[in-house]
Design a protein around this ligand. Structure first.
Ligand code: PLP
Length: 382
């Protein structure tokens, strides 16, 4: 059957003040984590309809916004949230920053598995909390949790930031792993901030497990957003979900004090349209990303490129071990940019430890992936 959406269609993002595409015309960017795909027509229509009313004033969050999340998570992820558990927040990072302030004190530990989304580190550092970093075990190009180290980390921490599924290598945590994390956090009285922003980019249908569907824990805070999967990050629209009333009231007050608890004029209708009307978009997008990844892997194999894609099954970010060619990712990324005009993320951007890795965003048109492959082949043969 013909696809409804055209992910091959190129959009000139240079005209939109795009962070990712603020580069010269002859360059390609595979860097910042948004997609080059056109949003679903239903979303664009919702924005246009909203814009037609020419009064762009202060806005409240109507029930239908939360109901759209509730119904999506019920249909897709078999979890039941209640409307009163939700707080609006402009973004996941704003929520994490605000919540760290409310649930810990300066010098308290905040624990993260590593490698992990680099902005978590900034949120912890900027609030003068201690980063308690727990490295994954890394063997045969695969990561796994070192439970002993995690327990040691949690003993020293007030908060654990869980990236579920995981940025940068797309790990889907099993229910068993999530339950073990919850039980350890219970044991040491640690709050869990579960950032689930990548959850719908589950292209192998490996089925992400929401923390809210696992063992019950009062100190669980779930962060959700349509930003990645529907390409809406620039709309600044997300939610914090907390069942416990006292914790929720504290956090909601904090989001207000930090001035990140109110929507923009365009934060509501496009998100409602996304969750209520765009199932097919997500299916086709995931199929497209899966094909891009399969193409890349096959090209590497067929052409003997000894780059190792770390095996994950979620999200459009690929974490690639380049150690067979270089242990200086900064130099690798710089030379690749200079010689091939392609921008990728240097692993050291995540942490100085990761100088044998690069990160590539494959949520782009297939033609860019083909160009990337040919360029890598040329670059690595020099
Ligand atoms: C794990 C993770 N959380 C949060 C964000 C950013 O979300 P927001 O734009 O809602 O702050 C990103 C963006 O790359 C991410 O990968």
């Amino acid at each position: 059957m013909a696809n409804k959406y055209n992910f091959d269609k190129e959009i000139d993002r240079r005209q939109t003040h795009s962070y990712k595409w603020n580069i010269p015309n002859n360059y390609i960017s595979l860097s910042i984590a948004d997609t080059d795909f056109m949003v679903a027509d239903e979303i664009q229509k919702a924005i246009i309809e909203r814009a037609k009313n020419p009064t762009y004033g202060y806005t409240f969050v109507p029930d239908e916004y939360y109901e759209a999340y509730i119904n999506w998570w019920k249909r897709h992820h078999n979890v039941t949230f209640k409307k009163e558990w939700f707080c609006f927040s402009t973004s996941i990072v704003a929520s994490i920053d605000s919540i760290i302030k409310r649930l810990s004190n300066p010098n308290d530990g905040v624990c993260v598995l590593s490698p992990n989304y680099n902005v978590f580190y900034d949120c912890i550092k900027n609030n003068n909390r201690k980063i308690i970093e727990v490295p994954f075990d890394y063997k045969d190009y695969q990561y796994s949790i070192n439970w002993e180290l995690l327990e040691k980390g949690l003993i020293q921490s007030k908060i654990f930031i869980h990236c579920n599924p995981h940025n940068p290598f797309g790990k889907i945590y099993s229910e068993e792993e999530n339950n073990l994390i919850i039980e350890l956090c219970k044991k040491y009285d640690v709050y869990i901030l579960s950032d689930e922003i990548h959850c719908d980019l589950d292209y192998n249908e490996n089925r992400y497990v929401p923390m809210a569907r696992c063992n019950h824990y009062d100190k669980l805070i779930t962060l959700l957003s349509p930003g990645k999967v529907f390409n809406l990050a620039g709309l600044h629209s997300s939610v914090v979900v907390i069942e416990d009333k006292d914790i929720r009231e504290l956090i909601e007050k904090g989001l207000g004090e930090d001035d990140v608890g109110e929507p923009s004029y365009f934060s509501i209708e496009p998100v409602v349209a996304a969750y209520n009307e765009c199932e097919e978009y997500v299916k086709e997008e995931n199929e497209y990303i899966k094909e891009n990844k399969a193409f890349l892997k096959e090209f590497f194999d067929k052409n003997g490129l000894n780059l190792k894609i770390i095996d994950g099954s979620c999200t459009y970010l690929l974490w690639i071990d380049i150690s067979n060619y270089s242990r200086d990712s900064e130099d690798f990324a710089k030379r690749f940019k200079e010689e091939e005009n392609i921008i990728v993320i240097d692993g050291k951007h995540y942490h100085e430890f990761y100088s044998s890795f690069i990160r590539i965003n494959i949520a782009t048109q297939k033609k860019n992936i083909i160009h990337l492959c040919e360029s890598l082949k040329k670059f690595l043969s020099k």
